[in-house]
Design a protein around this ligand. Sequence first.
Ligand SMILES: Cc1cc2nc3c(=O)[nH]c(=O)nc-3n(C[C@H](O)[C@H](O)[C@H](O)COP(=O)(O)OP(=O)(O)OC[C@H]3O[C@@H](n4cnc5c(N)ncnc54)[C@H](O)[C@@H]3O)c2cc1C
Length: 358
Amino acid sequence: MQKYNVYIIGGGIAGLSAARYCKKFYPAARVCLFEASNRLGGRCGSYFDKQLNVWLDYSVHAVLKANSEAKKLWGNKVYHSPCFLDFDSGKITGAFKNIPSVGLAMFNTPFDLISKDALKATLFQLFPFWNAGKVFFSQNNLQQTLVSPQFQYVDEIYYNHKLCAIEAKIGKAQKLVFQHRAITLSENDVVICALDNLNACKILDIPKLKHSAIINIHYLTSTEITLPRQLPFVGVVGNTPVQWISVHGNVLSVTISHADICFSDSETLARDVWRDVCKIRGVCAAFVPPHRVFKFPRATLLMDDDNIMLRPHNALSSFKNVFLAGDWTMHYLPCSIETAALSGKRAAKVAMQYLKKK
Ligand SMILES: Cc1cc2nc3c(=O)[nH]c(=O)nc-3n(C[C@H](O)[C@H](O)[C@H](O)COP(=O)(O)OP(=O)(O)OC[C@H]3O[C@@H](n4cnc5c(N)ncnc54)[C@H](O)[C@@H]3O)c2cc1C
């Protein structure tokens, strides 16, 4: 049987999902993954914080119960209906009274800027009503629970392999040029480029898209904190940058969406946000516990009409043996674990169809 090499560039969720589906659609394929950094997971990463003596995720992730691809990667979780607190009145309020906040959380884009086409596509594809609203929040170890289980679908992993260029002839990629080595492609090789948009457009002829920031702050509290209704997370609406609070053991995490305006110094931000958290919990803000602030200026795409128009409509690139994956490649869908996983599945499908035609 003919042996095919699948070279996946980028070890985020899109690249890992592509590996999973390449193995499923074509078990004989040799799947090699090249990652620029020294870990897989991309924006879904964790580390052990030696000072705080606790595992932390760089970014807190929420997934909807309706996200079936995310579920395949992550397994079944306990999902809860979110509860929203009004920051100003301190009262619990309903999700449907807070559509702009829910929109901001899902799209990381102010509600009035969100493309109507994106809203429609998301409602039908990612947020079907029979599962509406049930959410799971990551609990400080995306690496172990989400990323590491995917290693089984990859035959070879090459860390610290940053792709710098693709050399091509007559519309077909011939060579992958990494910082310290190059790989010449044979007739039976395909490439799945699963990079984030900024890095992808340094290598391929694709548009550079606008992004929106997210900030996560983790506080290590001295005792386990409980939230209203004993939920592991709550949404917050009103006059505060705090949008989600989630708790896991002694770690309380705050998410600030579309955080482009919050790039003040981290200490001031951590102090101000802790004051708001204490007000929400109805306790007095005596001192700020040990904390970590993670700022992601390019967390997800801005979901406005301009960006939507520029996003790819399929997995094809300008080279016939190179296929695109990545959360930004899925035209109308907001950047998410589900979208990244769907993009990997689509790229694997198209790449395998290309190989079968040969
Ligand atoms: C703070 C934050 C909060 C988020 N919250 C949520 C949430 O609540 N729910 C949700 O579903 N999603 C959330 N997301 C979005 C989600 O994390 C992303 O949509 C998803 O992880 C994107 O995966 P990806 O594989 O497309 O891209 P990435 O994770 O960016 O992966 C790209 C990979 O390519 C590698 N790479 C880059 N350049 C090169 C190169 N030249 N050569 C080789 N490798 C390269 C990178 O190192 C990286 O590993 C959040 C993101 C952030 C940052």
